[in-house]
Design a protein around this ligand. Structure first.
Ligand SMILES: Nc1nc2c(c(=O)[nH]1)N[C@H]1C(S)=C(S)[C@@H](COP(=O)(O)OP(=O)(O)OC[C@H]3O[C@@H](n4cnc5c(=O)[nH]c(N)nc54)[C@H](O)[C@@H]3O)O[C@H]1N2
Ligand SMILES: Nc1nc2c(c(=O)[nH]1)N[C@H]1C(S)=C(S)[C@@H](COP(=O)(O)OP(=O)(O)OC[C@H]3O[C@@H](n4cnc5c(=O)[nH]c(N)nc54)[C@H](O)[C@@H]3O)O[C@H]1N2
Ligand code: SF4
Ligand SMILES: [Mo]
Length: 886
C-alpha cells in the first residue's frame, strides 16, 4: 500500500521512552514500528506501543470547546476561563485557583503551565499526577543528593552482574527495558532478584523472588546496610570524601539488623541471607525501583534506605551500578525538570530559596513569584472539596479515577464553582467540567519528553488535530494572554518554549545544579525539528551527541557541602485492624494504560483481561467463601468495588491485588479508586496506593451473564457489569442479585437488534440457564448467555462470531449451545496480544512438541514481537510438563 512520509516520534506511554516510526497510509490508517535509531529501544516496541495505530480513531474525540455542556467557540471558552480565574484571584487571592497537570504533558506544555502559575498568578497551587507516581523518588533523591537526580542510565542494567527490582513489575510496566535486561542476562549471566509481595510475571522470570510482607522494604534495606557494614564493605575512601551522616544512618540500621529485617519481611532466613550475600558480592549492582517503593506511607524512606546501601559501598554512578528510579509516565522526568510539582521551582531550582525565586522571577520578568510551596495533589483536592480552592484547571489526567478516595474527589469537583478540563476524550473527570477544552493528542502534538534515563526525545506530529482541537501549550498561552500576560506567553512554536527552558536551566548554574541543557538555548527551529535523542546534562557549548552521562561516581552532590547524605530510616509499625484485615494492593496489567482512555479502544489489548479483578490467595478466598470466577466485593473504610475473583497462589496470604485501570466508563461498580485510602507519605505527599486496609465479601449472585454485542448498549441493567471492545463489537460480563423475570425481554433490550433479524433462544428446564442469539442475515447481532454460576463459555471463541460473515445453521446451534465444534477450535484466553494467540493454541503447540518458548514462537509467532507474554508462555509449558509428570 502506498504511504506518506515516516515520522520519527516517541511512544506516549511508559517512561522507557521508546522511539516510534509512524507512517500514515493511504487508507487513513497509520503504520507503527519501533525506531531502530532510538537508543532506548533500538527498534523494539511492546504490545501497547505496537497497537498505537489502533488508538488513533476519531469517533470519540473532543473536537470543539464546550461550556456547561453546550458547544462554544474557542474565544468564548478562553475568555471565560481567563475571566473566572482573574475574578477568583481578585476576590480570594492567588491561592484560590489551581492547576492540576500530568506527566503525559510535553515539556513545553508543562513549562508554560508552571510559568503561568508560579510566576504570573504568583502561587504554587500547581501539582500533577506525578505526585501519585514519582514524588517519593523526588523527595528521596533531594534528601540524599540535594537534587532530583537519577544517577545512572539504561546501559547500567545491561552492565550489571546483579539487578534488584524493588516494587517493579517491569515485564509488564517497562517491557522494552525488561527485554533489554533479559538479553543482557543471556550474554553475561546477570542475576535478577525481584522484591514484590506478589509472584508477578517479573518475579517468575527472576533468579530469586523475595515475596516480602507489604511495606517491609525499609527494614529489608536497613538490614542490608547493617550487613554490608558488618562485612567490611564500607567504601571508606568514598564515604569519607563524598558523604555525610553515615553514623546516624548506621545506628538506625543496627537497630533493625538481620532480626529486624527477618521479622518485618517474614522471609525465610536463608532467603534473606542469600539476598544479602548476593548484594554484598556483586560490585556491579543496580537496584531499580518503581511504585512498590514510591506509593507508600514510607515511600521516601524506602528510597533512601536503598540509596544508603549504594552510597556506603560507593556503588553509584559507575557503569553497571547505582540506584535507579524507573519513571512511569513518558514525561514524568520532563515535568520534574520544569518544576511541575507544587514544591518545586523551574529547572531544578528550589522554591524554598529566596535567591532561586529571585533568579526565576527576573528571568521571567514576572510581576511576582510563588513565595512558598503549594498544595500537593491529595491536599489540593481536599482544598477543592472544602471550598478554599474555587477554580481548578485539570489537564492531561483523570483524577476522578486515579486519585485515592476517588468518590470524594468527584464530590469535590461537583462542588467546585469553576472546573476547566483539557482532554482528548470524555472521561469520568470531564463530566464535572464547566469548560471542556479539546486538546490535540499524541499523533498531533510536537514537543519533547524526557525518559527514565534523562534522555530528551522529540515527539513529532504526523496527523492534523481533528476539528478545533489545539495543543496544550497553545491553550495555556491563550488563557495567559487573556489574563493580561500576553508578552510573556507570546510563543510561536514549541521550539521557542524549549529554548527558554534550556536557557533557564543554564542560568547562574556553573555546574551547581544537575539539570542543565543550556547547550540547547540557541537551538534553531530547524535544529529542534531534527533533534536527536540526547541525555542531560548538556551544558552550554557541549555537543549534544556527547554520549552517556552519569552522576556521583566522584561525589559532586548538589547539597550545600557537595556531600551525599545518608538518611536514617527508622522502622514504622504497620497498624492492623480486625474489620479490615487484608492489605489491598493496586497496580497495572500488561495491556492497559491507566484509566484506559486509549488502550480500551483496541480489542487486541482488551483480550488479555476484559474485566477488572481481585487477585486473592486461595486460603483467603476460602475463608471469605469466595469461589474462583465469582464476584467479590472489596470493602475498605473508604468505599467498595465489585470485581471478578481471581483465586491464585501468586498472591500472598493476607494481601489482595486489583488493577487500577477500570473506570465508570467500563464497569458498573468496579472502580477501585472508590476503595483506595488517601493516606500519604508525610515527606513526599505521595499516596500509599498499594496498602489500603480492606476485607472481601462474596457477592451473592442470582445469575451470571455474558454477552457479545454488535452495538454498544446505552444502559446496562445489572448489579455487576463490565464492557470491553471486541473485534466487530463489544463483550459484556453481567451478574445480578435478583432473578430476572423475562430473559427474552432483557436480551432484546441489551442486543438492540432492530428490524429484520432472526432470534434463536433456549431455556433449560429449571429456568436457570438461558441462551439467545440474534442474527441479521448471516451475521451475528448479539448473543446472551445466562447461568446460575459464572458462565462457562469460551470468550475468545464466542467473540469471534462478531466478525464472522456467514454463520450457518449448525454453527448457530453450536453458538447457542455455547460449545465450539471440533472444526472450530477454541483459541482460549488471549496470551499474546501482539499476534492474538490464545492459551489453548499454545497448549496444543506444546502438545505437538513445541516445548520451549522459542519453539512456541516459531510455531505460532506468540511472544516474538514485544516478548512481554513470554513468561506466561513459559508458565503454560511448565504446566503441561507438570501434567505429563503426574
Ligand atoms: N502496562 C502498563 N505499563 C505502565 C503503566 C500502565 O498503566 N500500564 N503505567 C506507567 C506508569 S505511570 C507507572 S508509574 C509504572 C508503574 O510500574 P510498576 O511500579 O512496575 O507497576 P505497579 O503495578 O504499579 O506496581 C509494581 C509492583 O509493586 C508491588 N508492591 C506493592 N506493594 C509493595 C511493597 O510494599 N513492596 C514492594 N517491594 N513491592 C510492592 C506490586 O505488587 C506490583 O507488582 O508503569 C508504567 N508502565
Ligand atoms: N489505585 C491506584 N491509583 C493510581 C495508581 C496505582 O498504582 N493505583 N497509580 C498512579 C500513577 S503512578 C499514575 S501516573 C496515575 C495516572 O493517572 P491519570 O493521569 O489520571 O491517568 P490517565 O488515564 O493516563 O489520564 C490521562 C488523561 O489525559 C488525556 N490525554 C491524553 N493525551 C492528552 C494530551 O495530549 N493533552 C491532554 N490535555 N490530555 C491528554 C487522556 O485522555 C486521559 O484522560 O494514576 C495513579 N493512580
Ligand atoms: S516499553 Fe512499550 S509502552 Fe513503554 S515506551 Fe516502549 S513501546 Fe511504549
Ligand atoms: Mo505513574
Amino acid at each position: 500500500m502506498a504511504s506518506g512520509n515516516p515520522t520519527r516520534t516517541t511512544c506516549p506511554y511508559c517512561g522507557v521512552g521508546c522511539g516510534v516510526v509512524a507512517t500514515p497510509q493511504d487508507d487513513g490508517s497509520v503504520a507503527i514500528k519501533g525506531d531502530e535509531r532510538h537508543p532506548a529501544n533500538v527498534g523494539r516496541l511492546c504490545s501497547k506501543g505496537s497497537a498505537l495505530g489502533e488508538t488513533l480513531g476519531l469517533n470519540d474525540r473532543l473536537t470543539h470547546p464546550e461550556i456547561d455542556g453546550r458547544r462554544a467557540s474557542w474565544n468564548e471558552a478562553l475568555d471565560l476561563v481567563a475571566a473566572r480565574f482573574v475574578e477568583t484571584i481578585a476576590e480570594h487571592g492567588p491561592e484560590s485557583v489551581a492547576l492540576y497537570g500530568s506527566g503525559q504533558l510535553l515539556t513545553e506544555d508543562y513549562y508554560v503551565a508552571n510559568k503561568l502559575m508560579k510566576g504570573f498568578i504568583g502561587a504554587a497551587n500547581i501539582d500533577t499526577n506525578s505526585r501519585l507516581c514519582m514524588a517519593s523518588s523526588v523527595a528521596g533523591h533531594i534528601r540524599a543528593f540535594g537534587s532530583d537526580t537519577v544517577p545512572g542510565t539504561y546501559e547500567d542494567l545491561e552492565e550489571a552482574d546483579l539487578v534488584v527490582l524493588v516494587g517493579s513489575n517491569m515485564t509488564w510496566c517497562h517491557p522494552v527495558l525488561f527485554q533489554r535486561l533479559l538479553a543482557a542476562r543471556e550474554r553475561r549471566g546477570t542475576k535478577i532478584v525481584v522484591i514484590d509481595p506478589r509472584r508477578t510475571v517479573t518475579a517468575e522470570a527472576a533468579d530469586l523472588h523475595l515475596a516480602v510482607a507489604p511495606n517491609s522494604d525499609v527494614a529489608l534495606f536497613a538490614g542490608l546496610l547493617d550487613h554490608l557494614d558488618r562485612m567490611g564493605l564500607c567504601d571508606s575512601a568514598y564515604v569519607d570524601t563524598h558523604t555525610s551522616g553515615l553514623d546516624a544512618a548506621l545506628q538506625a540500621a543496627r537497630e533493625c539488623g538481620f532480626p529486624g529485617a527477618l521479622n518485618a519481611t517474614r522471609l525465610p532466613a536463608e532467603q534473606l541471607r542469600e539476598f544479602y550475600t548476593l548484594w554484598s558480592r556483586s560490585e556491579r549492582v543496580v537496584t531499580a525501583y518503581s511504585q512498590g517503593v514510591n506509593q507508600s506511607v514510607t515511600g521516601t524512606d524506602k528510597v533512601n534506605a536503598i540509596i544508603n546501601c549504594h552510597m556506603l559501598t560507593g556503588r553509584i554512578g559507575r557503569p553497571g551500578m547505582g540506584p535507579f528510579s524507573l519513571t512511569g509516565q513518558p514525561n514524568a522526568m520532563g515535568g520534574r525538570e520544569v518544576g511541575g510539582l507544587a514544591n518545586m521551582l523551574a529547572a531544578h531550582l528550589d522554591i524554598n530559596s529566596a535567591s532561586h525565586r529571585a533568579l526565576v522571577r527576573s528571568f521571567w520578568n514576572s510581576p511576582r513569584i510563588a513565595e512558598k510551596p503549594g498544595l500537593k495533589a491529595v491536599d489540593l483536592f481536599r482544598a477543592v472539596g472544602e471550598g478554599q480552592v474555587k477554580a481548578i484547571w485539570i489537564m492531561g489526567t483523570n483524577p476522578a479515577d486515579s486519585l485515592p478516595d476517588a468518590d470524594a474527589v468527584q464530590e469535590a469537583l461537583r462542588r467546585c464553582p469553576f472546573v476547566v478540563v483539557s482532554d482528548v476524550v470524555r472521561t469520568d473527570t470531564t463530566r464535572h467540567a464547566h469548560v471542556l477544552l479539546p486538546a490535540a493528542a499524541w499523533a498531533e502534538k510536537s514537543g519533547t519528553v524526557t525518559n527514565s534515563e534523562r534522555r530528551i526525545s522529540r515527539q513529532r506530529s504526523f496527523l492534523k488535530p481533528p476539528g478545533e482541537a489545539r495543543p496544550d501549550w497553545r491553550i495555556i498561552c491563550d488563557v495567559a494572554a487573556r489574563m493580561g500576560f500576553a508578552d510573556a506567553f507570546d510563543y510561536q512554536s514549541p521550539a521557542e518554549i524549549f529554548r527558554e527552558h534550556a536557557a533557564l536551566s543554564g542560568l547562574a548554574n556553573d555546574g551547581r545544579r544537575d539539570f542543565d541543557i543550556s547547550a540547547c538555548a540557541d537551538l534553531s527551529e530547524k535544529a529542534y525539528d531534527v533533534l536527536e535523542p540526547f541525555q542531560w546534562p548538556r551544558r552550554s557549548g557541549e555537543a549534544l551527541d556527547a554520549g552517556t552521562t552519569r552522576f556521583f561516581a566522584e561525589g559532586g552532590f548538589y547539597t550545600p557541602d557537595r556531600r551525599g547524605r545518608f538518611v536514617p530510616t527508622p522502622l514504622a509499625v504497620q497498624s492492623v485492624s480486625s474489620d479490615f484485615p487484608l492489605v489491598l494492593n493496586t497496580g497495572r496489567i500488561r495491556d492497559q494504560w491507566h484509566t484506559m482512555t486509549r488502550t480500551a479502544k483496541t480489542p487486541r489489548l482488551m483480550s488479555h483481561y476484559a474485566e477488572s479483578f481481585c487477585e486473592i490467595h486461595s486460603d483467603d478466598a476460602e475463608d471469605a467463601g469466595i469461589a474462583p470466577a465469582t464476584l467479590v466485593r472489596i470493602v475498605t473504610p473508604q468505599g467498595t468495588a465489585l470485581v471478578r475473583a481471581l483465586v491464585t497462589e501468586r498472591q500472598q496470604k493476607g494481601s489482595i491485588f486489583a488493577p487500577m485501570h477500570w473506570t465508570d466508563q467500563q464497569t458498573g461498580k468496579g472502580r477501585i479508586g472508590s476503595a483506595v485510602l488517601a493516606a500519604v507519605d508525610p515527606i513526599s505527599g505521595q499516596p500509599a496506593l498499594k496498602s489500603s486496609c480492606a476485607r472481601i465479601e462474596p457477592f451473592e449472585a442470582a445469575w451470571y451473564g455474558f454477552a457479545v454485542l454488535r452495538n454498544k448498549p446505552e444502559i446496562i441493567h445489572a448489579d455487576y457489569w463490565a464492557i470491553a471492545r471486541a473485534e466487530g463489537g463489544w463483550r459484556v460480563e453481567l451478574a445480578g442479585s435478583e432473578p430476572v423475570e423475562d430473559w427474552t425481554i432483557y436480551a432484546t433490550d441489551l442486543i438492540r437488534s432492530g428490524e429484520g433479524t432472526e432470534t434463536l433462544s433456549y431455556m433449560d428446564q429449571d429456568q436457570a440457564s438461558f441462551r439467545l442469539a440474534t442474527f441479521s442475515g448471516d451475521t451475528l447481532v448479539g448473543a446472551l448467555f445466562i447461568a446460575p454460576q459464572p458462565v462457562a463459555v469460551s470468550r475468545t471463541w464466542a467473540v469471534e462470531h462478531l466478525k464472522a460473515d456467514a454463520i450457518t445453521g449448525a454453527e448457530r446451534l453450536r453458538l447457542l449451545s455455547g460449545r465450539p465444534g471440533l472444526d472450530q477450535p477454541d483459541p482460549g484466553p488471549i496470551v499474546c496480544a501482539c499476534f492474538s494467540v490464545g492459551a489453548n493454541q499454545i497448549a496444543a503447540a506444546v502438545e505437538h512438541g513445541s516445548t520451549s518458548v522459542e519453539a512456541v514462537g516459531a510455531a505460532l509467532r506468540a511472544g516474538t514481537n514485544c516478548g512481554s507474554c513470554r513468561v506466561e508462555i513459559r508458565r503454560l509449558i511448565d504446566a503441561a510438563a507438570l501434567k505429563k509428570a503426574v
